[in-house]
Design a protein around this ligand. Sequence first.
Ligand SMILES: NC(=O)c1ccc[n+]([C@@H]2O[C@H](COP(=O)([O-])OP(=O)(O)OC[C@H]3O[C@@H](n4cnc5c(N)ncnc54)[C@H](O)[C@@H]3O)[C@@H](O)[C@H]2O)c1
Length: 430
Amino acid sequence: MTAQLGERVGDARIGIIGLGYVGLPLAVEFGRHLPTVGFDINVKRIEELAAGEDHTLEVEPAELAEARHLRFSADAEALRDCNVYIVTVPTPIDASKRPDFAPLLAASRTVGATLQRGDVVIFESTVYPGATEEVCVPTIEKVSGLRYNVDFYAGYSPERINPGDREHRLPDIVKVTSGSTPEIADFVDTLYRRIIRAGTHKASSIRVAEAAKVIENTQRDLNIALINELAQIFSRLGIDTVEVLEAAGTKWNFLPFRPGLVGGHCIGVDPYYLTHKAQEIGYHPDVILAGRRINDGMGEHVALRLVRLMTNKRIHVVDSRVLVLGLTFKENCPDLRNTRVVDVIAALRDFGVSVDVYDPWGNREQAHDEYGLDLLDSLAEGVYDAIVLAVAHRDFVEMGGAAIRRLGKPGAVLFDVKNILPRHEVDERL
Ligand SMILES: NC(=O)c1ccc[n+]([C@@H]2O[C@H](COP(=O)([O-])OP(=O)(O)OC[C@H]3O[C@@H](n4cnc5c(N)ncnc54)[C@H](O)[C@@H]3O)[C@@H](O)[C@H]2O)c1
């Protein structure tokens, strides 16, 4: 059974569980070649996709139409005929920053309920090493009554897409693959080679593949944390951090990281999966957690610097009006998940500041429901005591410094968190 399946990727009938930023592009790529069912518990999401639209903007309507073998359903019954399941549900953390496995467990139960002998379940969600086989597989076994690596098999292939990035798209990014047996690893690898032009890297085990993904994001988090710490030191020393980085960057092996707010669904979250596992096995990950602490404190740092600047300019902070430009966690992308711009807003409000937020990309409903923020419809000139340029949307870059300054009162403060304007056009940058 195993060998047959390994040789016969052409017979794969794919079921994708979870059609978000990761699952939809994957469903579309497989749906060009193989019968594919895209399943999501969110009925609204299924309706929007069936109507040929994707609010995440990762997939164009024309690309959706090109995936001729892809159909969508919010009914798990539609997965019955599948023999390869790919799970792409969220892996959030809870209020205590511990892994929240609820979506993965629910997806594992869904798969377990329809799984047949010989089927393969591949996980793409970011987890810590061991989670697939320690958390998901036992649930599948329990619900299906089938035995792991006897009746069904597993794989893990982490996703590396970068939302909003039109250059590095799914088929153009080398994909790490793995399987629960050598034959299944071959099968998983061959399967992904059907859709990944850039090629694959077959890891020696599921745990290696899981670890590879989580350290990619942990490394990035820590690199940014170092630069954020330097930004805090240089701010106290009265030195411009970007000027220092430009000077240091002339050395061939100096890494080009910039300071900033570290939000989003991945970099600010995934390291906590690894630190949780490390602590579970009795190792305290000092460096990783220190980096997390620094990055999580950057919103407050920005607010403090802005308030200091306003005070120095004799702008009365309490009841002042501050405009925050951008709310999404990154530029040119509608993703509001885990945006740390909200920390800047919260800290400013603690100082008695009245904060307006404008973001032409962010979803108004989500901003309201998740953060209690009502995004401005339009911008008015001459209104604000200070402006925080928080996200480098191309709309703000195109506006330029002069137009952005016109939104403020005469003498208003402009803080460029993302370093998108020339130094002389702003009062402060991170
Ligand atoms: N967004 C990224 O850039 C990115 C990149 C690499 C890896 N990842 C990882 O991929 C995983 C998915 O992330 P995402 O950004 O696509 O999340 P997302 O929130 O955009 O999408 C998840 C989808 O899964 C659905 N879902 C939730 N529970 C479900 C269930 N039980 N059954 C079926 N559908 C369910 C949701 O309705 C949603 O549509 C996470 O582990 C994330 O860390 C994300």
